[in-house]
Design a protein around this ligand. Structure first.
Ligand SMILES: Cc1cc2nc3c(=O)[nH]c(=O)nc-3n(C[C@H](O)[C@H](O)[C@H](O)COP(=O)(O)O)c2cc1C
Ligand code: SF4
Ligand code: FES
Length: 543
């Protein structure tokens, strides 16, 4: 398919689309599906068929609408009415209400700040298009960035645009994407690879899963543009096997894109070829670490290796390899379409664009959100999240998963960007955000994450394999009222040792939840040790 044909296809799809007066967009991402949205969709379709309204109303499966906690969620167009917690029994009332007064008891106010305070780039198609139809994606400017790149830009110009945008990797570390692409482009060698890291192992995180389930073509387009920029012709999407819906939609998307000549040989009628294959991860957190992931694709045990050499120079099977996160790739097409300067105008000086978070824990509105960098934690938790339920008080927010930290109330007005989060002892991470109130015990929270690291440590290096287990043992002693102040001193010593001597990021950051809770909630540790009391009433004391 040539760029011109792509443009014509988009136009013809717009024109050919039957224009039913109403469209009910039912969320069919994993969260709502698990709450029964497929049954609701079927009930709506049956109801419409029974009333002979097939030409009047279309029922469309779309990706995540964001407020997953209120699922099954749906949006009725053109009225813009959103319904929440819909069941099959609600179908007759919803169909009956089309074009009339909405079904009051099901309405989810779409003007609530959960929706209005967000800024959507990565998620702009989520909840809008049918993720299983490439035509829907194309009708929303899909693949025009790829076509433009191939038609008008040199690989270096693409890299310059990405560099100008200031995009930083969304997988956790925030490494400048343009710089990484440039390193791979400059690396010599006959073969190069592009890998999309969709391993997403942080407890509670589902940002990447949702992007893949809601808008898979966006990620494929980003990968293809990256491949053109760095000179690769083969890509791999490494997805955890626990994401079967994402895998299914990706497979469909790859097939569709190949059929239209947007992936495969001679893309858009040019000499550029790029093939994408899926590799399934078996659910080990450490396989999200780039060198472990590469080993896993190579069919070896998924264990990290020392860096340098970095994958950009010595990656998959020893060839230069570009590895980026799902959300990083999802930002690429809009940057090419709107320009690097446009992207750089959003966010803060050193953190550009937006960030997708999985907002969870003790907030009223949990779900998937996208916000401009620089927004404050208070705005996220109290405006978008709707505050703490049941009259409880905010205590802390955990960002960055097992590599991150707990941020206390005094930093609620801090801007959310890479550097500010690091300054207060946490990290941006990939986007997990867990809110806690006074019913959470901070020592118990630190123990939870340490337990996770003990289970997920690959065991290759001693500091992490033995150190995390020892730290967990000490935390366990503290939460059961059996620890002394010497144990606390030992815990702090171990934090330093594990942090500075572990081989990979897992071990190097495993102490972070302990360090940050010790920094801000030390009195809770002391209460467990000296008073043999858990102030939050969570831990069972043996003494
Ligand atoms: C233990 C561990 C787990 C990781 N898991 C992920 C992951 O699930 N997804 C991801 O994109 N990056 C993960 N990373 C970071 C990757 O190693 C790598 O930095 C990232 O994929 C680069 O992409 P980016 O530059 O787009 O952020 C992990 C790192 C460590 C140390
Ligand atoms: S730090 Fe932990 S996960 Fe990383 S290589 Fe060492 S043992 Fe494995
Ligand atoms: S999964 Fe349906 S709103 Fe998020």
């Amino acid at each position: 398919m040539t760029p011109e044909e792509l443009r014509r296809l988009a136009e013809s799809h717009e024109e050919a689309r039957p224009e039913p007066r109403h469209c009910i967009k039912v969320c069919v991402a994993a969260g709502c599906l698990s709450a029964g949205s497929d049954r609701v969709r079927e009930a709506l379709q049956n109801e419409i068929a029974q009333r002979g309204l097939e030409n009047e109303c279309e029922v469309k499966g779309v990706g995540c609408l964001g407020l997953c906690t209120a699922g099954p969620l749906m949006l009725v167009e053109p009225d813009g009415v959103m319904y929440q917690r819909v069941t099959e029994e609600d179908a007759p009332a919803i169909v009956e209400s089309l074009g009339k007064k909405s079904v009051e008891q099901l309405v989810c106010p779409s003007d609530m700040s959960f929706f209005t305070k967000q800024y959507k780039i990565v998620l702009e198609n989520s909840g809008v298009i049918d993720p299983e139809k490439i035509e829907d994606y194309i009708a929303r400017d899909g693949y025009t960035a790829l076509a433009r790149v191939l038609e008008e830009m040199t690989p270096q110009e693409v890299i310059d645009e990405i560099t100008r945008s200031g995009l930083r990797g969304r997988g956790g570390a925030g490494y400048p994407t343009g710089l990484k692409w440039s390193t791979v482009a400059k690396a010599g060698g006959s073969r190069k690879f592009v890998i999309c890291n969709a391993d997403e192992g942080d407890p509670g995180a589902f940002m990447d899963r949702s992007v893949l389930e809601s808008d898979p073509h966006r990620v494929l387009e980003g990968m293809a543009i990256a491949a053109y920029a760095v000179g690769a012709s083969q890509g791999f999407l490494y997805v955890r096997a626990e994401y079967p819906l994402a895998v299914k939609r990706l497979r469909t998307a790859i097939r569709q894109a190949e059929r239209l000549g947007l992936l495969g040989n001679n893309i858009c009628g040019t000499t550029f070829s790029f093939h994408v294959d899926i590799r399934l991860g078996a659910g080990a957190f450490v396989c999200g670490e780039e060198t472990a992931l590469i080993a896993s694709i190579e069919g070896k045990r998924g264990q990290p290796r020392p860096r340098p050499p970095y994958p950009a120079e010595y990656g998959l099977w020893g060839y230069p390899t570009l590895i980026n996160n799902v959300e990083t790739f999802a930002n690429v097409a809009p940057i090419i379409r709107n320009g690097g300067d446009w992207f750089a105008s959003i966010g803060t000086e050193k953190s550009k664009g937006t960030k997708v978070f999985a907002l969870a824990g003790r907030v009223r509105n949990t779900g998937l959100i996208e916000v401009p960098m620089g927004i404050t934690l208070r705005e996220i938790i109290f405006d978008i999240g709707g505050g703490i339920p049941d009259g409880h008080r905010f205590k802390a927010v955990q960002t960055g998963g097992p590599s991150g930290g707990c941020i206390p109330e005094q930093y609620l007005d801090m801007p959310v960007d890479y550097d500010s989060l690091a300054k207060v002892g946490s990290i941006m991470g990939s986007g997990g955000m867990i809110v806690m109130d006074e019913t959470s015990c901070m020592v118990d929270v630190a123990k939870f994450f340490m337990d996770f690291c003990v289970s997920e440590s690959c065991g290759k290096c001693v500091p992490c394999r033995v150190g995390t287990a020892q730290m967990y043992h000490l935390l366990n002693k503290i939460t059961s009222g059996e620890a002394t102040m010497e144990d606390l001193a030992l815990l702090e010593e171990l934090c330093d040792m594990v942090k500075y001597t572990s081989l990979c990021g897992l071990g190097q950051t495993a102490p972070n939840p302990v360090l940050s809770t010790l920094q801000y909630f030390r009195e809770e540790y002391i209460a467990h040790i000296v008073d043999k009391q858990c102030p939050a009433g969570v831990c069972q004391m043996r003494q």
